[in-house]
Design a protein around this ligand. Sequence first.
Ligand SMILES: NC(=O)c1ccc[n+]([C@@H]2O[C@H](COP(=O)([O-])OP(=O)(O)OC[C@H]3O[C@@H](n4cnc5c(N)ncnc54)[C@H](O)[C@@H]3O)[C@@H](O)[C@H]2O)c1
Length: 333
Amino acid sequence: MRVGVIGVGRLGSLFARILAGHPAVTELALAGSKPGSADELADELGVQSMPDADRVLAVVDAVVIAASTAAHPELVRRAAAAGLPTFCEKPIALDLATTDELIELAASAGIELQVGFQRRFDAGYVGARDLIRSGRLGDIYLVRTASHDPAPSPESFIATSGDLFRDLVIHDFDAVRFVTNREIEEVFAVGGAGFPEFEPYRAHADHGLAVGTMRLSGGSQAVFTATRHNPAGYDVRMEIFGSAGSIAVGWDARMPLRSIEPGSPPAPIAPYCDFLDRFSPAYRAEMHAFVDLVLKGTDNVCPPHEARAAFVVALAAGRSAAQGRPVPVSEIT
Ligand SMILES: NC(=O)c1ccc[n+]([C@@H]2O[C@H](COP(=O)([O-])OP(=O)(O)OC[C@H]3O[C@@H](n4cnc5c(N)ncnc54)[C@H](O)[C@@H]3O)[C@@H](O)[C@H]2O)c1
């Protein structure tokens, strides 16, 4: 199978490396935002570099879009026009109208569209989902999520990625839905950027940190915390408290949090440093699932309507933070 990767920044280069080593991928073609920008990586991997996305789309059987978020809509339109099964990083677009347009376009073109919520391929999140489905945690009372980035992203990324909710907390919104099998019905978010480290976000009218509550279907309640600056490391976790047990996802020897209780283990020597470090097995499983989806017709673990559902919650969270009130997700249409 011939695969293209469009956008070879932090995540696209990892996807290219994974696909270059995939036994079913016979050819790999890369393109960046400018001619030549994928050359170095292509040389290293022994694959093709193309001057632009259209040249890639002309010679592949499937495409992975890992370009900056603002570029997703046009690239998905072109991939759909070429009739190619498509993997697109989250979010598909930065507004709901465009998201819906692209979902309809993919459906009418008859192409598969898998969206990049890699926590759906992470052993911990999948294990938590399985436990809840088995009933062994009983009724799910409370869920706590954390997405704490170690350091602000480069300014070029901030400018094109949407806000904290559409770019980062959207992963928690998706994970809550995926793991609990409950809908998020209402969200109340409070954002802030009142520290020097968050100046790049303030400059883009964005938040550097946020907390929020979520009312879930079936009576469960959830909370999230998010920050763009957590020098202890990349801390992404979920805790679930049920009537028959409590569990934690992401609580392992590399968790960047230390207990100050006497006799507790010391701080980890090598805490998770970034998303690539924490989730590389999940990204690998995600790319392998996309290849299987194309070649074998296996299930699409993250279809567009699921991605849309998390995106709508992110929009509700943004409105909530802006207006200082709880926002029913049904308000976003
Ligand atoms: N699922 C996750 O955990 C996760 C983590 C990080 C980023 N992402 C998503 O992945 C995407 C890329 O993020 P990143 O961190 O790799 O960003 P990045 O800024 O490191 O890389 C983006 C690359 O896309 C290139 N680009 C921009 N427009 C392009 C175009 N029209 N054609 C080809 N290339 C183009 C840029 O030059 C840059 O090299 C974003 O949509 C982001 O939301 C997802």
